[in-house]
Write a protein that binds this ligand. Structure first.
Ligand SMILES: Nc1nc2c(ncn2[C@@H]2O[C@H](COP(=O)(O)OP(=O)(O)O)[C@@H](O)[C@H]2O)c(=O)[nH]1
Ligand SMILES: [Mg+2]
Length: 166
C-alpha cells in the first residue's frame, strides 16, 4: 500500500515524511524532470506502506513543474492514503486544496501541522467540526516534536481498515 504526502511548500511535509519513515529512504528524479521525489517505508498497524514525499503544490491545476510532478504522482501512483498537510495557522488559505483533493475522490486525511504556532497566536480549531463537515479524518500535529503523530498513525490505520472492510 502507498501513502502520498501532499501540501504547499513549507508546511512540514518533509519533516513528517522523516518521522513516518525509517531508514532506507531513496531520492530520485521524477522521470523526465529535475524534480526530486523521496520514497521510504513505514510500518503502521501491522502493514508496510511505501511513503512518498511530493514537491509542494498550491493547486491540483498545475502551473510549476513541481506541481505537475505532485499531480502526476497522485493520479499515477494511486496512493491508498493521501495525507494533506497544512499549516494550521494559515488554515483558510490552505483548505481550498483539501477540497480539490476531496472532489478528485482522493483518499484524503487532513493534517493540521504546526498546531503549536497556531495555538501560540490563540487559534482554537475544532477537529471534530472539520472532520464532520469535510467527511475526512483530521489530525493535529507538530511534526518537529512528534506531537500528534501516534494519533495520525491511528487515523491512517482506521482509514485503511475501513477501506478493506468495504
Ligand atoms: N513550529 C513548527 N515548525 C515546523 C513544524 N513542522 C515543520 N516545521 C518547520 O517548517 C519548516 C518547513 O518544513 P519542511 O518539512 O521542510 O516543509 P515542506 O516544504 O513542506 O517539506 C522547517 O523549518 C521545519 O522545521 C511544526 O509542526 N511546528
Ligand atoms: Mg519538503
Amino acid at each position: 500500500m502507498k501513502i502520498a504526502i501532499v501540501g504547499s511548500p513549507n508546511v512540514g511535509k518533509s519533516v513528517m515524511f522523516n518521522r513516518l519513515t525509517g531508514s532506507y529512504v531513496t531520492v530520485s528524479n521524477y522521470p523526465g524532470t529535475t524534480v526530486e521525489v523521496s520514497r521510504g517505508r513505514a510500518k503502521i498497524g501491522g502493514w508496510e506502506f511505501e511513503v512518498f514525499d511530493t514537491p509542494g503544490m498550491y493547486s491540483l491545476l498545475p502551473i510549476t513543474e513541481e506541481e505537475r510532478v505532485a499531480r502526476s504522482l497522485l493520479f499515477q501512483e494511486k496512493p491508498d492514503v493521501v495525507i494533506h498537510i497544512i499549516d494550521a495557522k494559515n488554515i483558510e488559505r490552505m483548505l481550498p486544496l483539501t477540497l480539490q483533493l476531496i472532489e478528485a475522490k482522493l483518499p484524503v486525511i487532513l493534517v493540521l501541522n504546526i498546531i503549536d504556532e497556531a495555538e501560540k497566536i490563540g487559534m482554537r480549531i475544532s477537529l471534530e467540526y472539520l472532520s464532520r463537515e469535510l467527511k475526512v479524518p483530521v489530525a493535529a500535529t507538530v511534526s518537529t516534536t512528534g506531537r500528534g503523530i501516534d494519533i495520525l498513525r491511528g487515523r491512517i490505520e482506521e482509514y485503511v481498515r475501513a477501506g478493506i472492510r468495504q
